[in-house]
Design a protein around this ligand. Structure first.
Ligand SMILES: O=C([O-])CC(=O)C(=O)O
Ligand SMILES: [Mg+2]
Length: 644
């Protein structure tokens, strides 16, 4: 058969090669794999830089192909992309500095990482870890699916998130984001955000121009030193600014193209991570002291010089740097620390909500006895804010701080300790004889009405603690807020708190919890005391109001606005925060409250100042009108009717 002969003849690979080579030669297209890529701007190269692709002649030395892309475009071009394996020289010359994790990996490592995931998907989570961490393999798989959508179509990603916010918040945010940060070096696929490392000193002001967007309105930065309650995760911590900015866009309507997640890499003290060959950050221990502050100063100066109107949110910095950094910048820059100020405003709002649940007025805050476990940035920020709330209700600061008992990992903090940090000092107890007293003993002695968990140390509120709390608080419902994140670091679960207190507890946790089935067959819904209710609104109000700084009064306004948004029927169920499904409206209202407070202080500028004269409704309408809604906008001029 003639056609069978022909098929046999052309089925030989050599023949195909002959044919394709002939075609390539005829059309002057060099075959892939034979090509050396060089960049057209590369004047330092010893290679020849041809004007265009030269003709390919089989058997001759392979020609060079001109790469015209740089920066982000290059990283998104699968033909030229090398991901984390771009060497330093190419990063320098091709505008890639800051767009990739600081360490250059080898292709062998990239292959090994891919093969690991190929054989044992990162998103498989052993059942024993699921129980404690609250993240299932299915949640991790969903995060991957959402991330892939995020990378290929931001508008669609935000539409999906927007329409399913309550369902997806635990996937893009706590608790799944905690798992993401722990595994960031295995999950890394596409570039997102910027990295500034100690090795970039002197270059940061230039590096900010590698970011492809001219207009950046919001930056969330971490140094990875205290990621949620998970500790030092180095550059893996970038997952947190990414998650927070997802909320900026979904909840507060910032435009996705105008937000920038950042990690500052000053090394890590997490030795396991540092020794991991796939870890992308600097492999040195953390830089501290004046050198640390000069690195952060250089970063702040660099981003502020390119984007002077942007709001800068500090996130998950360890306490030793979080407080001094906030003090360093907050007088002159539009900055806030979410863990100190956002979490604090959230906690105070939740307490006002809890008082509403019990039909008590806000002034009843002054009668509460508060045990706060955790004396880090979040714990002390919360204590300070609640004390400020009490002073607004009539107590002096000294009277207010006396209503707190603060514990850290050594137990109750009293005057007996000599090395207490300045920000803890107002809350140190006088009674030296109780120095280091255990949580259980403090609860039995003090009989608190409010128990706050911000230690990030796991299940400290055990059965004995919860029983003692409930028994010591017969006249009102005990308020229990285990606010540490993610789920693995929470002080107790909703089920534990409600079972032990026989449903009396008013409960809210930092990470989400399922409604609890009670022994009597009823179901009790619980609240989530997370700063996501507050930080998007603070950022939106202060950015649109161009307030230049964020003051205590603006934060207090946010805390006071939130409890007013809880639905009466939710209050009847014991819920102390508004519904997540209403997050856009919540953020707009919090932003309005923040802007009104700024207006009272004479800090508003621009259109919001004009609206300030017309009252809060006009301000809110303006704020809502400026919020991004995920919809495709036309990229070409289309005469009416053409696409219908
Ligand atoms: O990220 C969160 O869910 C809340 C937060 O700021 C923290 O725990 O550090
Ligand atoms: Mg945080």
């Amino acid at each position: 058969m003639w056609w069978l002969k022909l098929r046999r003849r052309w089925a030989q690979p050599r023949r195909w090669a002959q044919l394709t080579r002939g075609l390539q030669a005829a059309s002057n297209i060099p075959p892939r794999g034979f090509v050396r890529y060089i960049h057209e701007d590369d004047r330092f190269s010893t290679d020849r830089v041809p004007e265009d692709v030269p003709p390919y002649i089989p058997g001759q030395e392979s020609p060079a192909y001109v790469v015209r892309k740089t920066g982000y475009d290059l990283l998104k071009d699968p033909w030229c992309n090398k991901g984390s394996a771009f060497p330093r020289s190419e990063r320098d010359r091709l505008g890639l500095r800051g767009l990739l994790p600081p360490r250059s990996l080898t292709m062998e490592l990239q292959v090994a990482r891919f093969m690991q995931d190929y054989h044992h998907p990162v998103h498989f989570i052993p059942p024993e870890d699921v129980e404690l961490g609250g993240v299932t393999s299915e949640m991790a798989r969903r995060w991957k699916a959402l991330q892939a959508l995020h990378d290929r179509n931001e508008t669609l990603f935000y539409r999906v998130l927007f329409e399913n916010f309550t369902e997806m918040a635990p996937i893009i945010y706590t608790p799944t984001v905690g798992w993401v940060c722990l595994n960031f070096h295995k999950l890394y696929r596409r570039p997102r955000g910027m990295y500034f490392s100690a090795a970039d000193r002197g270059d940061m002001a230039a590096m900010v121009y590698n970011w492809p967007q001219r207009d950046v309105q919001a930056i969330v930065v971490t140094d990875g030193s205290r990621i949620l309650g998970l500790g030092d995760l180095g550059v893996n911590g970038l997952g947190i600014p990414i998650g927070k900015l997802d909320l900026y866009c979904a909840a507060a309507g910032f435009s996705p193209s105008k937000v920038l997640p950042v990690v500052i890499d000053v090394g890590t003290n997490n030795e396991t991570l540092r020794a991991n060959p796939h870890y992308g950050g600097l492999r040195c221990s953390r830089i501290t002291g004046p050198e640390y502050f000069s690195i952060v100063d250089e970063f702040v100066t660099a981003v502020m010089s390119r984007w002077p109107n942007a709001i800068l949110q500090f996130e998950d910095f360890s306490i030793d740097h979080a407080v001094p950094l906030l003090e360093r910048y907050r007088q002159h820059h539009l900055v806030f620390n979410d863990d100190i100020q956002g979490t604090a405003a959230t906690a105070l709002a939740g307490l006002y909500g809890a008082l509403r649940v019990m039909n008590m007025p806000p002034s009843a805050l002054t009668e509460q006895r508060i045990v706060c476990v955790g004396a880090g940035s979040a714990g002390m920020g919360v204590a300070k804010m609640i004390a400020a709330g009490m002073t607004k209700q009539g107590l002096s600061l000294a009277e207010a701080t006396k209503r707190f008992w603060v514990l850290d990992y050594m137990g109750l903090i009293t005057k007996k300790r000599s090395d207490v940090a300045n920000f803890v000092k107002p809350f140190v107890r006088e009674e030296k004889q109780h120095e280091g007293e255990s949580l259980l003993s403090v609860i039995k002695r003090v009989k608190p009405t409010i128990l706050l968990g911000l230690a990030g140390a796991g299940r400290l509120f055990n059965k004995e603690v919860l029983t003692a709390l409930s028994e010591g608080c017969p006249h009102q419902r005990p308020i229990i807020f285990p606010m540490s994140n993610p789920t693995s670091r929470m002080e107790c679960t909703a089920e534990e708190a409600l079972r032990v207190t026989k449903g009396r507890a008013i409960f809210a946790s930092g990470s989400p919890q399922q409604p609890v089935q009670m022994p009597d067959g009823g179901t009790v819904a619980v609240s989530q005391a997370n700063n996501m209710y507050i930080f998007p609104g603070i950022a939106l109000g202060s950015f649109l109001g161009q307030t230049r700084v964020i003051t205590d009064d603006m934060l207090m306004a946010a805390a006071e606005a939130l409890p007013k948004l809880v639905h009466p029927e939710d209050l009847a169920k014991g819920l102390v925060y508004p519904r997540l499904a209403d997050i856009r409206d919540i953020s707009a209202r919090v932003a309005t409250a923040v802007a009104c407070a700024a207006g009272k202080e004479g800090r508003l500028r621009g259109p919001l100042l004009e609206k300030y004269g017309q009252g809060p409704d006009a301000m809110r309408a303006y704020i809502a009108s400026r919020m991004f809604y995920p919809e495709y906008s036309s990229l070409v001029h289309v005469p009416p009717g053409v696409d219908e």
